[in-house]
Design a protein around this ligand. Sequence first.
Ligand code: FES
Length: 225
Amino acid sequence: MSTFGIQQPIVELPDQDPERDFSDEELVWTEEEQEQIEAWEEQYADEQGAIMKVLWLAQEKFGYLPPEVIKLCGETLDMSFSQTYGVATFYHQYFKEEKGSYVLDVCTCFTCQVCGGYDILHYLEEKLDVHAGETTDDGMFTVQEAECLGSCGSAPMMEITNGVYVHQLTPEKIDDLIESLRAGEVPEFTSVTLPQDEDEMDGNRRTDVENTTTYETQPRAEHME
Ligand code: FES
């Protein structure tokens, strides 16, 4: 059967003008942001290459990317809504709806799964009284299931709001983490990093590990202040 002449769109586009969360007055870039966008455009063969950075900037500015914000990003770079929407929805890290102050992405992909990723996810769900994909009533935490976050060597792990990686999770670490986040602090955890080159590995990836601390970036709650 021919695959040509498809009548239905493969992805259903959302209403671009539903009940909007942001007004026209809010949907503008500041002078500084506009300058930043122009600088990014210069880095690529054509301006559309800057779309991921512009979506990221918009997420920092508005907190998430409802249709009207996706539209603003597309129009800024002369892209159609469907093109822009395609990029925004391809990546889990772009939030298409409002999230809690902290987004807890628990990896349940292959390696984390066999190392207890689902146990960790279910522990967190029970502790916070939410299901994956939901936000706590106080708006503090959104719990999500994530695909591989590229840190399989320290499974099971989670990422906090597109920034901090927390490795080798245990229920005790979850308890500490939630308590600290409620107090507005992102704790440092000891994690294991694999050596970066063949010589260092010396043929054995598991015995040459060294202890490092997780790197930290600001949680979203601070970006938004
Ligand atoms: S499977 Fe979890 S980080 Fe790769």
